[in-house]
Design a protein around this ligand. Structure first.
Ligand code: UT7
Length: 309
């Protein structure tokens, strides 16, 4: 049986840091409100000339270096983004060009908003399991700062920019054990960008906690595992209260959860690979450990991936 193994991770945050105190100067908000309601202290905003593909490129270079491969070996690129460089071509094609990959292998974007990285990872995993790719680059990259409505204090304080990437390689050993994906379009009005982000926060919050704990339980049950088998949970970083409530429902403490929301804000599809890379590089996630990732985003879309590191 062929599995996909994550052999390298990388991430990139734009240089510009925007604190809650910075936002207080222009938005009717306060540091204390933002921290108490979301856990966010600061976020990064891309420079005017930086697009999602630029952030994706920096994260990809680091993941490729960590994987110890040559970019020319990559035979699939999947970019999860809800803030593509342009309507078309895909950010993945632009990234392929920036990386100097000329082998003609497929590159395409996935749009599942904050659930995007899980959807992209699962897609690349299916390519590898099916024998259509051997070395895949999966990226989450966002410049959500361009989609913020600065007159809506309920959303503009929550989001940030960044990118994270992983290199997947075909392997005889797991790897990605399994993933579960879900969507329910009847909720599409609750969280949307048309073209600026708007959200019914409390409704999203409630749905998030139930659906995230539900999909993790579904995946663990399928694999005859329980919360105690998990070394690390790497959740989508939208709100510390959602992360805490989901962990509690799963019988986990925050000691086993990677949390970066304070410094990154909600970076949508980039949040999981950013958090993952943080915990891999600081030595928390180690070979042989079991990791679960979970995310929910507009649509709604939600899902989880179970990984043997
Ligand atoms: O990534 C995709 C998934 N997204 C999410 O998971 C986000 C889910 N939702 C949330 O994280 C939370 O609902 C928020 C952080 C967005 C909001 O927290 P909340 O506890 O649900 O606050 P709320 O919307 O109930 O607002 C409470 C109060 C309101 O004032 P009143 O009506 O009680 O007087 C708001 O007007 O806080 C007020 N408020 C603010 N005050 C200061 C709302 N935004 C702000 C703000 N600064 N930025």
């Amino acid at each position: 049986m062929t599995y996909s193994k994550i052999i390298g991770t990388g991430s990139y945050l734009p240089v510009k840091t925007v604190t809650n105190y910075d936002l207080e100067k222009t938005v009717d908000t306060s540091h204390d409100w933002i921290v108490s309601r979301s856990g966010i202290q600061e976020r990064h905003f891309a420079a005017d000339n930086q697009k999602s593909s630029d952030l994706a490129y920096e994260a990809s270079l680091k993941a490729i270096e960590a994987a110890g491969i040559n970019a020319s070996e990559i035979d699939l690129i999947v970019v999860a983004t809800t803030s593509p460089d342009m309507a078309f071509p895909s950010t993945a094609c632009i990234l392929q060009h920036k990386l100097g990959i000329t082998n003609g292998s497929p590159a395409f974007d996935i749009q599942a908003v904050c659930g995007g990285f899980i959807f992209a990872l699962n897609t690349a995993d299916m390519y590898i399991r099916g024998g259509q790719a051997k070395t895949a680059l999966v990226v989450g990259a966002e410049v959500l700062s361009r989609m913020l409505d600065w007159n809506d204090r309920t959303t503009c304080v929550l989001f940030g920019d960044g990118a994270g990437a992983v290199v997947l390689k075909a392997s005889d050993e797991p790897g990605i054990i399994a993933s579960k994906l879900h969507s329910d379009g009847s909720y599409h009005q609750l969280l949307k960008a048309d073209p600026k982000i708007s959200m019914e926060g409390q409704a999203v919050f409630k749905f998030a906690v139930n659906s995230l704990s539900g999909v993790v339980e579904e995946l663990l049950e399928q694999e005859n595992m329980s919360g105690s088998d998990i070394d690390w949970m790497v959740p989508h970083q939208a709100n510390i209260r959602i992360i805490e409530a989901t962990a509690k429902k799963l019988g986990m403490t925050l000691d086993n959860v990677v949390v970066t929301v304070a410094n990154h804000g909600n970076t949508s599809a980039a949040s999981i690979p950013l958090a993952l890379d943080t915990a891999v590089r600081d030595g928390r996630i180690k070979p042989g450990q079991t990791v679960i990732m979970e995310a929910i985003g507009g649509g709604f879309t939600w899902g989880a991936s179970l990984i043997k590191w």
